[in-house]
Design a protein around this ligand. Structure first.
Ligand code: SAH
Length: 258
């Protein structure tokens, strides 16, 4: 097993931006956040908790209602999943680059998809499969609302990055897998819920096969109109019901590993 780099520094929050020209000119820093006097000691959670609570309040104003999702979004420190140069944008409702051409999903989309997975139920989901671990943020949020989470990533660099990011948290119910999620993960099936963070032409049949009866799948997919929309698939005792929801912008679902 790959050893983590010794004492890899974690971004403190809020981070002090490097002086000189900012590498990301397009994004504004957190509104009304005064420039920090000094880099905060590592692991100091208080400041990030307040900014995260503000983010969650905004999500609630936009419609987030499920108490388990609210609690999970409050609990998971998103700033620990982005590069230190982007820490001050970690609680904006935006996707951010995580390397290898991929992005961490927008908090509102993470919350929306998990709320759809919970489907109005107020007990934890059983086993959940996530396709597209990326930096591991959504996997960490899922681990708060499910008894067990399997998360697959096809890019070794990101699989390793997620492992490093998650080392900080103790998440014994989250299993990170390196592989092609197009084929799902049959060994963990059947799943109470399946969620994909990358969008393909359609929903792979393997995912629907690996969904439990009574289970729900939420994924981006291209619709008949040629747009990428969120798609919900419910597996009922009498068959599969597919519902198309709002337009979304996810990175492409690709086959094979790299
Ligand atoms: N949930 C992630 C979002 C990552 S972006 C987060 O919170 O950061 C989507 C990820 O899906 C990318 O890392 C991409 O490499 C991955 N992906 C795309 N196709 C895949 C496949 N077939 N199997 C597994 N992962 C895949």
């Amino acid at each position: 097993m790959k050893q983590p780099p010794a004492n890899r520094p974690r971004p403190a929050f809020p981070a002090r931006l490097p002086s000189g020209p900012a590498p990301q000119p397009a994004r504004k820093p957190l509104a009304a956040t005064p420039a920090p006097q000094a880099v905060l000691p590592q692991g100091l959670g208080m400041d990030s908790a307040a900014v995260r609570a503000a983010m969650v309040r905004k999500l609630q104003a936009q419609g987030l209602a499920h108490p388990m999702v609210v609690a999970a979004m409050l609990a998971v420190e998103r700033h620990r999943f982005v590069d230190s140069a982007l820490v001050n944008q970690a609680y904006e409702d935006t996707s951010l680059p995580i390397g290898l051409g991929q992005t961490i999903s927008k908090p509102s989309v993470v919350a929306r998809m998990i709320e759809l997975l919970l489907h109005g139920r107020h007990d934890k989901l059983g086993r959940v499969l996530e396709i597209g671990t990326g930096c591991g943020y959504q996997a960490a949020v899922l681990s708060q609302v499910a008894r067990e989470v399997y998360s697959i990533e096809r890019l070794k660099g990101l699989h390793d990055k997620a492992r490093d990011n998650l080392r900080h948290f103790r998440v014994p119910n989250l299993h990170l897998l390196f592989g092609d999620g197009m084929v799902g993960f049959a060994r963990g099936a059947p799943y109470a819920a399946i969620i994909a963070a990358a969008g393909g032409e359609d929903i792979p049949a393997a995912w629907v096969d690996q969904l439990a009866v009574g289970g729900r799948l939420v994924a981006p997919a291209v619709t008949a109109q040629g747009r990428q929309n969120l798609v919900v698939v419910d597996k009922t005792p009498t068959g599969v019901v597919r519902t198309e929801l709002e337009a979304v912008h996810f990175v492409p679902l690709k086959s094979g590993i790299a």
